[in-house]
Every structure is written in C-alpha cells, then in structure tokens.
Write a protein that binds this ligand. Structure first.
Ligand SMILES: Cc1ncc(C[n+]2csc(CCOP(=O)(O)OP(=O)(O)O)c2C)c(N)n1
Ligand SMILES: [Mg+2]
Length: 786
C-alpha cells in the first residue's frame, strides 16, 4: 500500500478547501436525492410504473466526486462515472450552471436527463456513457492508450496528456472484462489512468463477499498498478490514536461486511451495544465509548476514507505521476441518508417523511429544494459559488466535432477470382502504400487474428504501434517470415490479445478520438465473425456512444467449411441488422467491397453517420463481369439486380454474399422454365430493411422530408416484379435476414439459409446438407409454384 504524503498546499488553504468540498458534498447529496425523489414522488405519474433512481449509490460517492471534480480534476482529464451515480454528475453541472432545472426535474422522463450518463442524449458534457457495468471502467484504460497513440503520432502534446478516470462501484470488480483489460493494459504499458472504487461492499442484491478483502490489491499490483487503500477517515484515525482506540481499529478490521452494514443502518446505540459486548472489557474501550454521544459514535464508526474529504484530496494530490492507480475508497452505501447500510438499499428510496427530515438537517427551507446554494447563507453561498467557478471543470474545453478527412476513390482489386477477405487486405494495402491522409489516420486492430483476417499486408506496410520500440526478433535473426513484426511509435496497428471485449472497447475508444482529442481516427478492426458474439455488449456499448469504426467480421458462415461448427457464424446478419448505429453490409464481389469501404470512410465521419460492419469470407469466387458502374449506387443502398426481372416475371432469387455462385447457377438452371426470372444481389439486408421500415414509420411520425416521397429502396427493387411473383431468398446465415423481403410487396417466399449449427465438411457436402446449393435454390423456386 502506498503512503500518502502531505498535500502540497498550506494548512490554512487546505482547511478552506476541505470546508468548501464538504459543503459541496452536502449539496451533491441533497440535489441527487431530491432529483430522484422528485421523479418518483412529486412528478405526475401516468403509467403506474416505478421511475427509479439510486439515492444510496449516489450518496456513497458524493464525497469522492466532490473531491475529484472540484479539486483533483484538470481540464484535460476525462471521467467515466458509475452509471447509478449519474444524478451526482448532473448535480455537479447544475452547480456549475451547465445544467438546467428543467432537465433535473425531467430526470428519467422523455427528453430529460438520462438515468445513466449518456454522451449522446444528456445535455451536460459526458466523457463516457455508462450503464453496462464494467465496460465504462475499462474504456478509460483503452482511451488512455488512444491518447498515447495520438501523442506518439504528434496529434496530442505530451504536456497536455489527460488522466482517464473511472469512478466505479465495487461490484463492477466482478465483471470479467475488468481483468481482460488489466492484462491488455499491462502489455501496452498503460499510464495516466485512475480507477476509484466506491468500496461500499454492497452490490444490487446484498453485501459482498468478505473473502475478497485484499485480493484486489494483489491482482492490480501484479498488473503494474499502484493501489492506494483509503480505509479510514481522519476522525476514525484520531479515535484509533486515543486510549482504547487500537481495540476499536482491530474490531473494525475483523468485522464482516454484512455486520458492519447492519450496524451502520441501526445507528449509534447499536454500535455502542455491540462494541461493549465484543470489546468492552479491553483496556480503555468503555471510557472511550462513553466519551461519544450515540450520534458521534455513529459518525466515528462510519468515517471511512471515501467519505473523508481530507483523506481523498491527500490521496489524489499524492498520485500525480502517470502510474496507473487504483484507489480503493471505503464507503457506506447510502451514507448520510436514513438508508445507510441497509442491504436492500440499492433501489431503496427515502419516503417523503425521510426526505423532509434530510432537508431539515441540511437547513434547507421548504420550497428552496432546487436552490443550488440553499441553506448556506449569503456569504457562504457566494464563496462556494466562486470556489466552484475556479474549478478546472469550469475551464474544460468543449468537445470538437473532429476534422474532416478526404476520402479518395478506392479502386477494386483486380483478379477474375477473389474472396472478399483477400480483397479487403488488398484494398487496405493499396491505401497503405498511397500518400493519402486517410491512410495515415487509419488504425487497425485485431484480437490475435491479424494474419488470418488479411490485415497482415497493411501491418507490413505501416508497422505495429508501441510506445517503446521492440525489434522483430525473427527478422533480426534473418528467419524468413512473410510478416514483419517490429513495433514502434509510428506504427498504425494495435495488436491485442485474444479477448474480444478488449477489441471492441479499443474500437470504441479509437472511434471517439475526434470528440475526445480533436483528431479523427479511422479504426478498422477485424475479428472472426462468430466471435463478434463474444464481445457483443462491448460492441453495443461503442455504438451506444456513437463511436465510429469499421468492423470486419471475417471469415463468416458455413462457408468456412472445414473449420467446423464452432467457427461457422449463423446469426451475425441479424446482429448487423439489429444493432443501432452500425450499418451492416455483406458483399459478394470485390468491387462491391471497395465501394462499401469508400462509403464507410465517409459515413464514419458524417454528423449523422454511424459505424459500419462488413461480413466477409475466404471463399474465392469468380468476379462479376460489369458492363458499367450502374450497379454501384444501388449496391450502396442495400441491393441491385444482377439480372433484371423480365416483364411479367413470376419469381426472383434474392441472395447475399458468399453464395453468389450458387444463386447464379440456379438462375441459369431456372431461366428457361421461369422466363424473366430476376436475380437480386442484396448487399445490405440492414439498409434495405431500415429504409423500408423508416418509410413506413414516416407516415405516422410526420418526419418524412419532402424528397423522400420516393419509395424505399426495397420497394423500388421489388417493384420491378409483378404483383403475385414469388421470391427465393438465400444467404449463408440466418434466413430471417432476407425472408422479410416477402412482406415488402406481399410476395410468397421460400427462404433458405442456416438455422442450425454447422459441422466440418467440404463446401459441396455442406451446401447440399444445409440447402444452400443451386439444387436447393431450384427446389425452393419450384415450391413457390406448388
Ligand atoms: C452488465 C450489467 N449487469 C447488471 C446490471 C444491473 N446492476 C446495476 S447496478 C448493479 C450493482 C452495482 O453494485 P456496485 O457496482 O457495487 O455499485 P453501488 O451501487 O454499490 O455503488 C447491478 C447488478 C448492470 N447495470 N450492468
Ligand atoms: Mg457497491
């Protein structure tokens, strides 16, 4: 455990600071409680549903947040706030004048402040959205790595480096992604990162396991972190120094979490009775206890480090180097509220009588509840306001929209036969060799699948990123290898270990470089398509914050053949379609992919853009022969006719991706029997579906802009078929990704695709067994006419 040195400012100044921060702590505790109370007890309710909010989780952190935001934080620092302490963050900005009363009063209502801090929806500056516990913690580490990347690439000055800080609940330490992140952080020599644990030893359900005591210290220290434990406040330490105090200290040391929490809830008389029973016979203990009123005794026993402003600012002031630091701040959940310590207080709420009692003890007059400085008196209020205005937070620079980087035309790789995965590697290589600025802004990353996803050529060209240079041992020893693996500060590939949560958090962090650091990066991440599911919540988390990246799921589907069922992705098309802020494409041909990537680099920087995902394959197929570029615009809208339906055509085949040869072969087989048969290449089931449902929704939301009076692209495409025509849909993935197309014009559908686990085999066997081959498509077409 690190020792805490004295703060580097004078005792008098320090005393003033502590006093102001204590007053602010009380303001935050009150305002967060009242905001939640208002939403639950005062605002008109129309649905009988609980509104919710977490008064106990907030008050557990108010001292930590007061000390951090109004003392330790610098303008360049960024913070992820424990989701259920969101109201405290809003209260901080309310005191700063950045948040309106209207927003506080509409907490958890439509258009009001969000339940959990949100970058995209809240009106205050939020550095990181939080909500899914654990992810908001780990993203701070990855954002620190992004900052190091930008420093190394001359985009951020070393002296402006900020600290990336997570304010976390102790139960977040149960999330596995925390430990995956610790390991990756150690490998990349993480710095400028603080995690402050609100160690109240309570989660949602109850109190937490005693056995974890001191385990966290070991784990973090092993991973290169400094651990600073703030167990006792100054009042407690002073008491321990008095005669009999050592026995109380020892007693606290041995007290199980649940018992400590229960006594906290019961209060002073219960503490006294219990301490007398357990250690009353020890020298001086009875006299020491007798020197306290019940109220004072309760205050001493709950004066833990995380509630002691002086302890907190000393600790923060002493950790000014760049070593990653874990502060374990002992706290009481519900501190300073009648809910304190109760094991059920996570969703517990003060009743009207209790909140009135709290208001009275804080000296706030009835009717003054929303007054930012209520209960302070004029002079004190003015002083505190001035103190707040001097804080670094008031000087925080607003986020930038990010610069715009020109996107050059990306030519399609040449070759009569190609796989989309190989084409991806070639397109990136060509870019890497170009002098385009876009190429300099691309950062690639992969969870230990760089080579097998065809990122290797780009990496050979642009190098691996590492703050400290690391030679390629194999290269130095002249051992032949296709892959250069030298690591240096100018490199543009961030190699990650095989942990998909880390991969998605890295992408999310890189994709926020524009708003966070003012420099746009174009993250390109590759992962085996089936293992997207492994990091799905982190992917969703990145999209929720509107981070911008290009995700490449490859190889995909049953088409992986010999790799077998554990590697053959099935439902990723549905993930691509269902994930907000992510546009999913699945190309069949290399030129489509080039067009999609070019579009993606534009879309990733458009104000109303999104992240983009492409699902690729290693299957080498003959490339489409083009007469012109007319396919291109439609392909970027979600689909185009590879063979236009003839007049009066009674059916069409709609396919996506790797099964293009089967769809084309089936078309050849059937064209004589079904004159005018169409062949539709669906390049993005996502865009087609989204456009179709948005157009329908526009009829009742009234948001349809005049120009969009045109039908959706799906309607336009299928409008080429006469009413009553049938549709065979086929893709290497969940059939539901395409079968909905039948609903657009009310057509009969024969859907093909995979909806059971695959297995090993060669492609002819597997396509036959899972009904993806030309015969299956022909059979499905015949079914339409039964
Ligand atoms: C991934 C995820 N699982 C479950 C939840 C539901 N949940 C919200 S808070 C919480 C417990 C939080 O305990 P802790 O982190 O100790 O915070 P405290 O309220 O005690 O400060 C849980 C399980 C969630 N938000 N995210
Ligand atoms: Mg907790």
């Amino acid at each position: 455990m690190a020792t805490i040195t004295a703060a580097n400012f004078s005792d008098a100044a320090k005393a003033d600071t502590v006093k102001a921060l204590d007053q602010l702590e009380a303001r935050l505790r009150w305002l967060s409680s009242w905001t939640i109370h208002n939403a639950n007890h005062l605002r008109t309710k129309r649905d009988g549903l609980k509104v919710g909010g977490h008064q106990a989780s907030c008050s557990s952190m108010t001292a930590i947040m007061s000390a951090l935001y109004f003392h330790a934080l610098r303008p360049q620092d960024k913070v992820a706030v424990k989701p259920h302490a969101g109201p405290v963050l809003h209260a901080i900005h309310y005191l700063l004048g950045n948040q309106s009363l209207d927003q506080l009063q509409r907490f958890r209502g439509l258009g009001g402040m969000q339940s959990y801090p949100s970058r995209t929806k809240d009106q205050i500056p939020v550095d990181f959205s939080t909500g899914s516990v654990g992810l908001g913690v780990a993203i701070t580490a990855f954002t620190s790595l992004v900052q190091d990347y930008l420093i190394a690439h001359g985009q951020v000055r070393e002296e402006n480096a900020g600290r990336m800080i997570a304010l976390m609940g102790d139960a977040e330490l149960d999330e596995g992604n925390i430990y995956e992140c610790l390991i990756e952080g150690y490998k990349h020599d993480l710095r400028n990162c603080w995690w402050v644990v609100d160690y109240n030893r309570q989660s949602l359900d109850s109190t937490t396991a005693d056995r974890m005591f001191r385990r966290f210290d070991d784990i973090f220290e092993t991973c290169g972190w400094r651990v600073i434990t703030l167990k006792h406040g100054k009042l407690q330490l002073a008491t321990f120094a008095r005669p009999g105090g050592a026995s109380i200290e020892q007693w606290i040391e041995n007290c199980p979490n649940a018992e400590f929490a229960a006594l906290t809830y019961l209060g002073g008389a219960a503490w006294r009775e219990r301490l007398l029973r357990d250690i009353g016979e020890k020298p001086h203990v009875a006299a020491l206890l007798a020197s306290f009123t019940d109220e004072d005794l309760a205050a001493v026993m709950t004066n833990l480090g995380g509630h002691c402003t002086e302890t907190l600012i000393e600790a923060f002031d002493a950790a000014q180097d760049s070593t990653p630091t874990l502060f374990i701040a002992y706290t009481v959940k519900g501190f300073g509220l009648p809910l304190a310590g109760h094991k059920d207080n996570h969703s517990g709420m003060m009743n009207p009588g209790q909140i009135a009692g709290l208001r009275d003890t804080m000296g706030i007059a009835e009717g003054d509840e929303w007054e930012p400085w209520a209960g302070l008196g004029n002079n004190a209020a003015a002083e505190l306001k001035a103190f707040v205005e001097r804080s670094a937070l008031a000087r925080k620079t607003p986020e930038s929209a990010g610069d715009r980087v020109p996107v050059p035309a990306l030519p399609a790789p040449e070759g009569e036969e190609l796989s989309t995965q190989a084409a991806f590697g070639r397109i990136l290589l060509d870019l890497a060799k170009s002098g385009e600025e876009l190429a300099d802004r691309i950062v690639t990353t992969a969870p230990d699948v760089t080579q097998t996803t065809n990122l290797g050529a780009f990496v050979n060209q642009r190098g691996l990123f590492r703050r400290q240079e690391l030679a390629d041992v194999f290269h130095s020893a002249k051992i032949p290898s296709a892959q250069k693996w030298a690591q240096h500060a100018a490199g543009q590939h961030i190699e990650l270990g095989i942990a998909e949560n880390n991969f998605f958090l890295m992408l999310a962090s890189l994709g926020l470089a524009a708003p966070h650091f003012g420099t746009r990066l174009f993250p390109v991440g590759t992962v085996y398509d089936p293992f997207i599911a492994r990091g799905l919540d982190a992917l969703n988390y990145g999209c929720y914050q509107d981070s911008r990246f290009l995700l490449v799921g490859t190889p995909a589907g049953l088409t992986l053949a010999a790799e077998g069922g554990a590697h053959q992705s099935i439902n990723t098309p549905l993930i691509g379609m269902g994930q907000p802020n992510l546009t999913y494409f699945e190309p069949a041909f290399a030129d489509e992919l080039a067009a999609m990537m070019e579009w993606a680099f534009g879309h990733m920087q458009a104000p109303d853009g999104s992240s983009v995902c492409v699902r690729l394959t290693t299957r080498v197929i003959p490339q489409a022969v083009r007469e012109d570029d007319s396919w291109r615009a439609d392909a970027l809208k979600g689909g185009y006719w590879l063979r236009k339906p003839g007049a009066g055509a009674e059916a069409a085949i709609a396919f996506t991706g790797a099964v293009a040869p089967e769809a084309m072969a089936a078309w050849e087989q059937l064209i004589e029997d079904i004159p005018g048969l169409g062949l539709l290449n669906v390049t993005s089931p996502d865009l087609l579906h989204r456009g179709w449902s948005a157009r329908r929704a526009a009829r009742w939301t009234g948001q349809r802009p005049a120009a969009s009076d045109a039908p959706s692209h799906a309607e336009t495409l299928l409008g080429a078929l006469p009413a009553g025509a049938g549709l065979v849909t086929v893709l290497d993935g969940s059939p539901g990704a395409l079968s909905w197309l039948g609903g657009v014009k009310g057509m009969r559908v024969s859907p093909l695709g995979t909806d059971s686990f695959g297995q090993t085999g060669d492609l002819p066997d597997l396509y036959a067994k899972y009904r993806l081959d030309a015969d299956a498509i022909a059979d499905a077409a015949a079914e339409l006419f039964l």
